[in-house]
Design a binder for this molecule. Structure first.
Ligand SMILES: *Cc1c(COP(=O)(O)O)cnc(C)c1O
Length: 355
């Protein structure tokens, strides 16, 4: 039976990206040696990294003065690398979910952290608005998409201080104005590549300002200088990332991606709002285009497990909600075809007819 992959991460990738990676594993660019067994210093591979950087810059319209690097360690390593490199005295954090909270916790090891606002008391069902950002903070950190709770910041904030964003789960899902950010990072395993690579977009002039010594591996400048080749980079995930970026360019880039994402999410939210069995879990204006959370309506709570089994039977994979929200979460990342959303909607409608 056809499976529809709604996994939250690692998650669905474009068919072409996976197919090209399989071919490269067998034979990397006609070299007679597979991608898993080449040196990262192989000429053809250096071009893979360079091309991935170039496509990052092209697709996101990254201005001059910014670098793009690929590292290991996941977004979680960035929770400490960001303050290591940027926090001299004080940093501001917006607490919008589990990941935002974890990022903030790490920063406290390096200096004063001001939590400008938090939606924790409301189980992170909305994005706080109307708070003050201290003008003397070294940076302001946000998590643009809250993967677990299904909320998303839909605009590029105007921040009085350097804006730093964890975009792990919504990078390339909508156009962004990179010049409003000082640093953007994310694990690639949601919208870009298999697990193992982290991307960082950083404004060069922000680096080298803190007075603390930074271990070589944790200093962004090391990796910028060496073009992500200071040590062995995640060879395979970067290759797949390049294939995903080529696919993205081929379909019309980030503008077209945004149009498709709005369409997919719009269809599913409309069904959640229409269907008598279900309801959404977040403030409507903050609804994520990438992770769509919903639960059974109060009077139908007892049908939770039955719907999960029913949807699974119809080919839905990965729709169980995170334990901190319950119910269901359909991750509708870039590579998820509209057909998958339509299949989920059909399952929701068929289940409604049974009850
Ligand atoms: C998945 C996720 C993370 C954690 O990423 P790792 O690469 O596993 O460290 C951090 N932030 C957000 C927003 C995420 O979705």
């Amino acid at each position: 039976m056809k499976k529809y992959n709604f996994n939250a991460g690692p998650s669905i990738l474009p068919v072409e990206a996976v197919q090209n990676t399989i071919e490269a594993i067998k034979d990397f660019e006609g070299s007679g040696i597979g991608l898993l067994e080449i040196s990262h210093r192989t000429k053809g591979y250096e071009k893979v990294v360079a091309d991935a950087v170039a496509l990052f810059k092209e697709l996101l319209h990254i201005p001059e003065g910014y670098s793009v690097i690929f590292l290991g360690g996941g977004a979680s390593l960035q929770f400490c690398m960001v303050p290591f490199n940027l926090l001299e005295k004080k940093a501001a954090y917006l607490n919008t979910g589990t990941w935002a909270n974890k990022a903030q916790k790490e920063a406290k090891l390096f200096g004063e952290v001001v939590e400008v606002a938090s939606s924790k008391e409301a189980n992170y069902t909305f994005i706080p608005k109307g708070y003050d950002i201290p003008k003397d903070a070294d940076y302001f950190h946000i998590t643009t998409n809250n993967t677990i709770f299904g909320t998303e910041i839909h605009e590029d904030y105007d921040s009085p201080v350097t804006l730093v964003a964890d975009m792990s789960s919504d990078i390339f899902s909508r156009p962004i104005d990179v010049k409003k950010y000082g640093l953007i990072y994310g694990g690639a395993q949601k919208n870009l590549a298999p697990a193992g690579v982290t991307f960082i977009i950083v404004k060069d002039e922000l680096l080298g300002k803190v007075t603390r010594p930074i271990p070589t591996m944790l200093d962004y400048r090391t990796h910028i200088k060496e073009g992500s080749m200071f040590n062995t980079p995640p060879v395979l995930p970067i290759y797949t990332a390049l294939q995903t970026l080529k696919w993205l360019k081929s379909i019309g880039g980030v503008d077209e991606m945004y149009r498709r994402n709005k369409e997919k999410a719009g269809l599913l939210y409309a069904e959640i709002d229409r269907n008598k069995l279900f309801k959404g879990t977040t403030a409507v204006e903050d609804r994520s285009l990438m992770n769509i959370c919903f639960v059974m309506n109060d009077e139908y709570q007892h049908l939770n497990d039955e719907f999960y089994a029913f949807a699974t039977e119809k080919g839905m994979v990965g729709i169980k909600g995170h334990r901190s929200v319950g119910g269901f979460r359909a991750s509708t990342y870039n590579a998820l075809p509209k057909e998958a959303v339509e299949a989920l909607i059909a399952a929701m409608q068929a289940f409604e007819k049974l009850h």
